[in-house]
Design a binder for this molecule. Structure first.
Ligand code: ACO
Length: 312
């Protein structure tokens, strides 16, 4: 008994915010933002639940399923609609799902945490899980603070994971957190994101390298065996530094941050869904996922893409 990814989908707000829009009212420039981050534009608007429902619905369509076929919804988010209840309850209702639903907050590592959790619960008896990353970070970002405003965006993406007679979905994973470093990146209730950018950058590179080395070793594979690397989309310079050190090729790396900015828990599934839509993934491909964010959390996983003979 294993599990397989059988559907994927994404949702982005319509409003595009360009670097020039920030440059018109803040002491920044398109040149600075592109050179330091790789971000050209990001999307802003909607709500975390609406984006999650849209992405979840698209993933169900792609899998040829309806909400009632799903008995588990996990929503990775740091920007829930409300403090109480969990945003996943509204998503579960809107999509007509069965079984349970819960939110999971592990910041930019949240989607990989959610995928690992879903896989474990499918082994425990659930049949089909909808795993969603959805964020509206523009709501918790001070739009007048140039050091954070230009970095974050809104969006969502989802995958369907089904249990059945197939091989293991996850070949290796690594979840971690260093709670002594919470002060480097946080937002108070009702407040804005505060970030020590330079130190977060340093830790992101160092931690992702260690975590990826661990999962590649556990899976018994090397960088050349990775068909697609899907990193968290915070800053292209972080991704380039990690790739250079590990010998991972940028050609085999999924990038969406140039158009989305950092969408925290939504960033990895957005890059994954876009790669799948572009035909960059084939059944049985080896995919490496890795995220790092507030907490400071991190999560990496080596997964096998596609249905891989799963019948229903
Ligand atoms: N436009 C122009 N200048 C700026 C801007 C801006 N938008 N933002 C900062 N600057 C200035 C700074 O004030 C500083 O000026 P100073 O030298 O006079 O003090 C200068 O640019 C350099 O600042 P640094 O912070 O050293 O710039 P750096 O190259 O590190 O880039 C950045 C900053 C983009 C924030 C980078 O550090 C980064 O990407 N950090 C990691 C972010 C991340 O990975 N977050 C992940 C988790 S997110 C989550 O969990 C929700």
């Amino acid at each position: 008994m294993g599990s397989a990814i059988t559907g994927w989908g994404e949702a982005l707000p319509e409003r595009i915010v360009t670097n020039d829009e920030f440059a018109a009212r803040l002491d920044t420039s398109d040149e600075w933002i592109v050179a330091r981050t790789g971000i050209h534009e990001r999307r802003m608007g909607s709500t975390t639940s609406k984006l999650a429902v849209e992405a979840g619905s698209a993933a169900l369509d792609r899998a040829g399923l309806v909400g009632a076929d799903v008995d588990l919804v996990i929503l990775a988010t740091t920007t829930p609609d409300q403090a109480i209840p969990a945003t996943s309850a509204a998503v579960h209702d809107a999509l007509g799902c069965r079984g349970g639903a819960f939110d999971l907050n592990a910041a930019c590592a949240g989607f990989v945490y959610a995928l690992v959790t879903a896989d474990a619960l499918l082994r425990a008896g659930h049949r089909r899980a909808l795993v969603i990353g959805s964020e509206t970070l523009s709501r918790v970002t001070d739009q007048d603070d140039r050091s954070t405003a230009v970095l974050f965006g809104d969006g969502a993406a989802a995958i369907v994971v089904e249990a059945g007679a197939t091989d293991d979905l996850i070949l290796a994973y690594d979840l971690g957190v260093d709670g002594s470093a919470t002060s480097l990146l946080y937002a108070e209730h009702g407040g804005h994101i505060h970030m020590e950018g330079r130190e977060v950058f340093r830790r992101a590179v160092r931690t992702e390298i260690t975590s990826i080395e661990r999962v590649l070793a556990d899976a018994g594979i090397g960088p050349d065996d990775v068909d697609l690397f899907v990193p968290h989309q915070a800053n292209v310079r972080i991704i380039e530094a990690v790739n250079e050190r590990l010998g991972l090729s940028m050609d085999k790396t999924a990038i969406v941050l140039d158009r989305t900015g950092n969408t925290s828990a939504a960033s990895i599934p957005l890059a994954l869904a876009e790669a799948a839509d572009a035909g960059r993934l084939n059944d049985g491909d080896t995919v490496l996922l890795s995220g790092f964010g507030a907490g400071m959390t991190w999560a990496s996983a080596v997964v096998r893409w596609g249905r891989r003979g799963l019948a229903r």
